[in-house]
Write a new protein. Structure first.
Length: 172
């Protein structure tokens, strides 16, 4: 049987022999840890949202939060922020509009462009979303000091900024 290469071996939890090996493992596992953590946070959001009787799924809630933070957002811009195809945004917006949480308006100067606005009915739902998000955040950082939490958030902001800059360079 062939011996596994070092890159494949990094998928399993190695016994730390040296500091260098630990650094190598982190380099190979960072993306997996971030993806897994994001997935776990989504599952916790769904759990808390159901407990709170929130009428939205996680995608709808995220979409509504973006709209509330930037009323008048264009549908195409929203698709970019959510990192989804425009057709997916249309489905999310259809659902939110059917629930009376958003309205679509024609752009003032370009009738081809649709802007999205929260309705008054959205604000109590947004408050519930904020409570659910707070509960998930509290669970996620349980056991971390305030300083460690701030450092972790700063690190994530840096990672996002680095990757956003790369996206701009390749035209995304």
């Amino acid at each position: 049987m062939r011996r596994m290469s070092r890159s494949i071996r990094c998928f399993c939890r190695p016994s730390p022999a040296t500091v260098q090996e630990d650094a190598d493992v982190l380099r190979h596992r960072l993306g997996f840890l971030m993806r897994d953590s994001a997935g776990l946070m989504r599952r916790r959001f769904i759990h808390f949202a159901r407990e709170a009787g929130l009428p939205l799924n996680q995608s709808e809630a995220t979409t509504l939060v973006h709209i509330a933070h930037e009323p008048g957002l264009h549908q195409v811009t929203l698709a970019g922020r959510l990192d989804v195809e425009p057709i997916m945004v249309v489905r999310l917006l259809d659902s939110l509009q059917q629930q009376g949480l958003i309205e679509r308006r024609s752009h003032e100067t370009d009738r081809r462009v649709r802007t999205i606005w929260p309705t008054p009915a959205a604000y109590p739902v947004l408050e519930a979303i904020d409570l659910v998000r707070g509960a998930v955040r509290s669970e996620a950082v349980r056991g971390l000091s305030e300083t460690a939490t701030e450092q972790f958030l700063d690190t994530l902001v840096t990672i996002r900024a680095n990757l956003t800059g790369l996206d701009r360079q390749i035209g995304r």
